[in-house]
Design a protein around this ligand. Structure first.
Ligand code: CP
Length: 323
């Protein structure tokens, strides 16, 4: 007779909130990654659901579209035994002018404990968390940033780091190239904080003129062509051309962008032979990445998606731990 596996131990860290990578330090980031790895089988439904968040309610407040982040937070909460409230901004009273703070207070009054917020404004999520902190000396509800404007997407950076670590455990030996629309990318900004915190070896960013960021942290190599960014890279992170954040005059035509900046098999051969290819999604096929690469053997894009559930389970446990 085989002994049934024990459920994983609940996470050991407590976070007051997760609005940005700045809310983490190396120790807490590593603890979240370790916990997410432990939760991986349960996250993907290959182990029994857990109950560490039984009795808790997680509200998803999405003011921008999402497939991956919203769904994975919902699954994460449910697989830890929590209830989920899905708030849809476009059919809600936000359309009648209700503020984000009043929306939070309304859902809080119904017993929601954690609020997963996506918003188009850079400062909206941190601003909400700060306002709540002023109201409640010990905040009873937790705020998690599910992507704010161009500013931050901390759980995406965590799931990216988990994916890199699963494929290439010695982060200090790695060269990571982040390529594409850096300027409009909250994914890039959060990765540019988290990867150095975790001790990544070398970090490069490459973007066409007008799509480079003017706020790169020190130590990051800035390039204006794709070939030198790819040369010998161990991890290639392609970014989506975020047309929805561009003024009409800035919008680049897809075919021209692909010619100069698209990742196809020929260009990928410039990277290390065992390089992994990442993309936060959604993908613009044949704009920033060719299907032969996105669906090819070096792609870990769907592994990133699966890791999103595990990381978000770890984060939900951490922000609800002390409340
Ligand atoms: N990566 C990401 O945030 O995807 P969604 O917009 O689908 O959530």
């Amino acid at each position: 007779m085989t002994t049934p596996a024990l459920p994983p131990r609940p996470g050991t860290i407590a976070l007051p909130r997760l609005c940005d990578v700045d809310d983490l330090d190396r120790t807490s980031a590593l603890a979240l990654l370790d916990r997410a790895q432990t939760l991986h089988a349960a996250a993907l439904g290959r182990a029994p659901a857990l109950s560490s968040l039984a009795g808790r309610t997680v509200a998803n407040l999405f003011f921008e579209n999402s497939t991956r982040t919203r769904t994975s937070f919902s699954l994460a909460a449910r697989r830890l035994g929590a209830e989920v409230v899905d708030f849809h901004a476009h059919t809600s009273s936000a359309g009648k002018g209700e503020s984000l703070l009043d929306t939070w207070a309304t859902l809080r009054a119904m017993g929601c404990d954690a609020f997963v917020v996506r918003h188009g404004n850079d400062d909206a999520v941190t601003g909400l968390a700060d306002q709540i902190q002023q109201r409640e000396s010990t905040p009873a509800s937790a705020i998690i940033n599910a992507g704010s404007g161009r500013h931050a997407h901390p759980t995406q950076a965590l799931l990216d780091a988990l994916t890199i670590r699963q494929h290439k455990p010695d982060l200090s030996a790695l060269t990571v190239a982040i390529i594409g629309d850096i300027r409009h990318s909250r994914v890039a900004r959060s990765n540019l904080k988290l990867l150095p915190m975790l001790g990544i070896g070398e970090l490069r960013v490459a973007a066409p003129p007008g799509l480079q960021a003017d706020d790169l942290p020190p130590g990051v190599q800035r390039l204006d062509a794709i070939a030198p960014a790819l040369a010998g890279a161990d991890v290639v992170m392609m970014l989506r051309l975020q047309r929805e954040r561009m003024a009409a005059a800035e919008v680049t035509d897809g075919a021209g962008y692909f010619r100069d900046w698209g990742l196809d098999a020929q260009r990928l051969a410039l990277a290390a032979p065992d390089a992994i290819v990442m993309h936060p999604g959604p993908i613009n096929r044949d704009v920033e990445i060719a299907s032969e690469v996105a669906d090819g053997p070096q792609s870990v894009i769907l592994a990133q998606v699966g890791n999103g559930v595990a990381v978000r389970m770890a984060v939900l446990e951490a922000v609800l731990r002390r409340r």
